[in-house]
Design a protein around this ligand. Structure first.
Ligand code: GLC
Length: 550
């Protein structure tokens, strides 16, 4: 195939654009190897899209890329999407707890099943490739992406990363591997994304290379052993060298030492961060070992500059051929050439989205992720037949419980009505209490709380954020003048037991909040299936735990 490709087809193959700037016609005319929908891109340009819109768009890009009427070879393009906690751009999908919550489960079998469900829902919308799992080892929780990391312990990251990978791509030794119900996955962001100084996103990971490899590269070994097909280069640097330009790490270490044989995808114009590069002109990145540029809005300029640089010898044709060969190999392994029109594929099925079985996996993950930090007088599990008051806007906010990378990039502008599966924390508690013959009320603020309940469940926490929007200078959730501290002080005056439920992407300093609570539970960012919280907090009629903390 490579020998039949024109230079233009080879250059186009190593470039990925975002669907918000690439029409199917563009994909054909520039022979693009791939498109992505970034966190804020859905077919049709809105925040979300119907299942039919996803499938129609997949058909349009597939038809354009496989069109040979212009004499081209018609190499099908690969469509990548983040799917970092379920198919998270979709309002019909099950959105799972974020990775810090999944790390708290420590349950590899569960992670495998989450991967299987995620792949099934991504394939149901005719997409082929997910930019997951994140294998970051988050050392400093001030990092805005700490919630995308399973743990600060590279062994746990390695075990859970390999488990979800085997669910996403399938088990390498079995027929299911890269079949119609599985996707091409991405180990990201290589290397040291979670180890930057002060937790600064896209910052500098400083230290002895041997130590950095032992910690931050360690989880990639298990991923490579499980045939991960792509690796995404990190925005960050190692000892001052930008990863997108590091031949030492992207080629010598990742390929020669670690044996990775898929292709390396760059991050969102990550190549532009190399000194001397711009988003539309950066041969250095290809030369260092990035095989495909993620050029969301810069793909046209990059195509022109790269074509010129291959022609004038700045980029040896051998290096371009090597990158193209790696991409074609992954496409062949994924069966892309035989897959046929997306809408005609058996796995492309609206009914596979957000099923009860898929929701049950999400609810199980929520149950197993909860962390109990305090439980005075065995307040939990509480008796659901009493009068329960739920307080705090976080108790009734799908947006806050799903966090970033949900429907939109930051996940901070979503209404409850925009989610077709799952329920809020309050809805889950109401279901449980009502079924037990109890009564339950909801108050957005403490001042709105009426009457004398037997128990207050107070829900508070971080507001949604993604990437550097979440970087903090301190690990303190809020200082003495914080709203949650004031609420807890006011609740103390009501002389009623308080269970605090803290929604957070990461461990934060909340000692004073714990001291003002009778029981304290970390709910992390549970996703859409927050009914799992009530499953653990509410007792059965005999007062025993139905699902205990694990
Ligand atoms: C973002 C993230 C990366 C993501 C990509 C596409 O900037 O760094 O994790 O896969 O862009 O959305």
């Amino acid at each position: 195939l490579l020998s039949k490709m024109t230079l233009e087809e080879k250059v186009g193959q190593v470039i990925q654009g975002d669907i918000s700037t690439v029409t199917p016609e563009d994909a054909k005319n520039y022979n693009l190897g791939s498109v992505l929908n970034g966190g804020n891109s859905a077919p049709g340009g809105g925040k979300t899209a119907s299942w039919q819109q996803w499938v129609d768009a997949a058909d349009a890009y597939w038809r354009a890329s496989t069109d040979t009427s212009d004499g081209g070879l018609g190499i099908p393009l690969l469509w990548g999407t983040d799917a970092v906690h379920g198919h998270n751009n979709l309002q019909m999908a099950v959105i799972f707890p974020h990775n810090s919550a999944l790390g708290a489960t420590g349950d590899a079998d569960l992670l495998h099943r989450i991967g299987t469900v995620t792949a099934r829902e991504v394939k149901a919308t005719a997409l082929d490739w997910v930019f997951a799992p994140t294998l970051a080892v988050a050392i400093d929780d001030r990092w805005g992406r700490a919630y995308e990391s399973y743990s600060e312990d590279q062994n746990l990251v390695s075990e859970l990363g390999a488990a979800i990978l085997r669910g996403l791509q399938g088990v390498p030794s079995e027929n299911e591997f890269l079949d119609q119900n599985h996707v091409v996955a991405t180990a990201k962001h290589f290397v040291g994304d979670g180890g930057t100084q002060y937790g600064i996103d896209k910052g500098d990971t400083i230290g002895r290379l041997g130590d950095i490899k032992k910690t931050h590269a360690f989880p990639y070994r298990a991923a490579i052993k499980n045939n991960v097909q792509t690796v995404m280069a990190s925005f960050s640097s190692v000892n001052g060298e930008k990863m997108h330009g590091s031949e030492k790490l992207l080629t010598d270490v990742l390929r020669r030492e670690m044996g990775f044989d898929g292709f390396v995808i760059g991050d969102w114009n990550g190549h532009a961060e190399i000194p001397g590069c711009t988003a539309t002109d950066c041969p250095e990145s290809l030369l260092a070992g990035v095989d495909m540029y993620m050029a969301p809005d810069s793909w046209k300029g990059l195509y022109d500059s790269l074509l010129a640089q291959v022609t004038d010898g700045t980029v040896p044709i051998a290096r371009l051929d090597e990158a193209v060969t790696r991409i074609l190999t992954v496409k062949l392994r994924a069966g892309l050439f035989d897959a046929g029109l997306p809408s005609a594929r058996p796995a492309v099925d609206r009914a596979a989205l957000g099923t009860a079985a898929h929701q049950a996996v999400g609810r199980e993950a929520v149950r197993k992720s909860l962390v109990l930090l305090k439980n005075d007088n065995a307040l939990l599990p509480f008796n659901p037949s009493g009068h329960i008051a739920v307080v705090g806007e976080a108790a009734n906010s799908m947006s806050q419980q799903t966090g970033g990378w949900t429907l939109s990039w930051q996940g901070d502008n979503n209404t409850n009505e925009e989610f077709e599966t799952g329920q809020t924390i309050y809805a889950g508690l109401k279901e449980k209490v009502t079924a037990a013959g109890g009564t339950i009320s909801y108050a957005k603020t403490v001042s709105a709380l009426r009457g004398k309940p037997d128990l207050v469940i107070y829900v508070f926490g971080e507001k949604p954020y993604a990437e550097f929007f979440g970087d903090m200078s301190e690990l303190v959730f809020e200082f003495d003048d914080g709203a949650a501290l004031a609420d807890l002080a006011a609740l103390k005056k009501r002389d009623v037991p308080v269970v605090s439920l803290f929604l957070t992407g990461r461990p934060l300093w909340v000692n004073q909040h714990i001291n003002r609570s009778d029981a304290f539970v970390v709910g992390w960012l549970p996703g859409t299936q927050a009914g799992g919280i009530a499953d653990v907090l509410a007792a059965d009629p005999n007062g025993s735990a139905v699902h205990d903390f694990t």
